[in-house]
Write a protein that binds this ligand. Structure first.
Ligand SMILES: Cc1cc2nc3c(=O)[nH]c(=O)nc-3n(C[C@H](O)[C@H](O)[C@H](O)COP(=O)(O)OP(=O)(O)OC[C@H]3O[C@@H](n4cnc5c(N)ncnc54)[C@H](O)[C@@H]3O)c2cc1C
Length: 405
């Protein structure tokens, strides 16, 4: 198989979701990734747990990914935001429809389910362990050369190859980028008291501490942590033994979950921001982290990528029904317009959050708490923030509403 409607470079969470969304809409794809997926099944490769918004979950259900999830995930029924351990803060709860605000899923489970769904696809060719040697985009089409000499052809190339995206870098697309002086330490805590499905975001000037509910297992109650610390301090936190690290985490949380212990190894992620000025070029579209990466402060990066996948799949399926070339400029312009505002506003909001909570001092803390109190009292502002968290703001693609394309 050397020809399809699209070639997707990158089989991470977003590339695989897009491939399955296209397959459900009858669009054929060749997906290329140098990785060996069998090496990525365990928590040792990716020990993270992601907050998947309720709209992203609707897409995963509609395209048949959730049928393959090894467990249903842990619903988030409340989000509590606090300025350190000070009283007050923001509270978000489900609306009248009672749909959870999101679901916590272990990345290894998401990856396994996305791969299993992709392997059932009739219109998709998965080329794992395959390296790209050349990409040629012309007025007439795209040719991707692989290192083993194969040549792949399609009218459209899609870059889903992550934050360092070699495909984006090889194009003329400009990117705004900076590093935060933050490193995220990720792990799992076991705790004495139940989390009651609450996701906590506790802000400290040194970085936010997120405590995210997970399903109980045989050992009892569990929560994932994403603890952003100053990059200079990360090595010190890693050098602590498990008991001392758990004691530090308990102090950062204020101890409200009782006794805690570390239930998984710690891994670290240096944090940075980037945003591509354009997400399309001649016969090229970017999705997921190849297009943008944000601070994990609000758990939005993967959800943005899933929203890219839902919008691009809809644009292409509807274009195919009209008989358009998949690389048609009108289709790419529609995708660009559809995604630009959402991805930029999430990028600006998360960047501002990361900065505003980084300001030290009691006056800054008082202003933040006053702001949070105000938001709590003004219904429309709170509802807007909640719909951002659930991924339901703006003009939603069909898949994110739970409707097939
Ligand atoms: C600590 C942390 C916590 C996070 N928590 C959340 C959260 O709770 N909720 C949320 O929504 N987001 C979260 N995110 C963000 C989220 O993890 C990412 O946005 C998401 O994983 C990006 O997926 P992707 O498929 O775009 O990229 P990647 O997962 O990076 O996948 C890229 C793929 O491209 C492949 N590739 C690389 N080079 C090439 C090439 N030359 N050719 C072909 N393929 C190639 C790679 O092998 C890989 O499979 C978090 C991020 C961090 C760092």
């Amino acid at each position: 198989m050397d020809r399809a409607d699209v070639i997707i470079l990158g089989g991470g969470l977003v590339g695989l979701a897009l491939a399955s969304a296209l397959d459900s809409g009858g669009i054929s794809a060749i997906l290329v990734d140098p990785a060996d997926p069998d090496q990525r099944v365990g928590a040792a490769f990716d020990g993270r747990t992601s907050a998947v918004s309720s709209s992203s979950m609707r897409m995963l259900r509609t395209i048949g990914v959730s049928d393959h999830l090894p467990e249903p995930g842990c619903p988030i029924l409340r989000i509590a935001v606090a300025d350190g351990l000070e009283p007050g803060g923001l509270q978000f709860e489900p609306g009248a429809d009672d749909e959870p605000l999101g679901w916590m899923h272990e990345n290894r489970h998401l990856r396994a389910a996305l791969r299993a769904r992709a392997e059932t696809a009739s219109n998709l060719w998965l080329l794992w362990r395959s390296r790209v040697a050349s990409r040629e985009r012309t007025e007439h089409g795209v040719v991707v050369g692989l290192e083993d000499g194969r040549k792949l052809n399609a009218p459209l190339l899609i870059a889903a190859d992550g934050r360092h995206s070699p495909t984006r870098e090889a194009s003329a697309i400009r990117v705004a980028r900076w590093r935060y002086n933050h490193t995220a330490i990720v792990s799992v805590l076991r705790h004495e008291r139940p989390h009651e499905n609450v996701a906590y975001e506790i802000f400290y000037p040194s970085g936010p501490f997120a405590l995210l509910p997970m399903t109980d297992d045989d050992g009892g109650h569990r929560s994932a942590i994403v603890w952003s610390v100053r990059s200079d301090d990360a090595a010190g936190f890693l050098s602590l033994d498990d008991e001392d690290f758990a004691a530090e985490a308990r102090a950062a949380m204020g101890g409200f979950l009782g006794e805690i212990a570390l239930a998984a190894p710690r891994s670290t992620y240096p944090l940075g921001f980037h945003h591509a000025a354009q997400i399309t070029a001649q016969r090229l579209a970017l999705v997921g982290d190849s297009a943008h990466a944000v601070h994990p402060i609000a758990g939005q990066g993967l959800n943005l990528g899933f929203r890219d996948a839902a919008a691009l799949a809809q644009v292409l399926v509807e274009g195919a029904r009209l008989g358009l070339d998949m690389g048609d400029r009108q289709l790419l312009d529609r995708y660009q317009r559809w995604r630009s505002l959402d991805s930029l506003s999430v990028a600006v909001a998360t960047d501002s959050l990361a900065r505003i909570y980084g300001i030290r001092g009691r006056a800054a803390s008082a202003v933040r708490r006053f702001g949070m109190g105000l938001i709590n009292r003004i219904g429309p502002v709170r509802n807007q923030l909640m719909s951002e968290a659930r991924g339901t703001s703006g003009q939603l693609p069909l898949l994110l509403r739970g409707l097939p394309i």
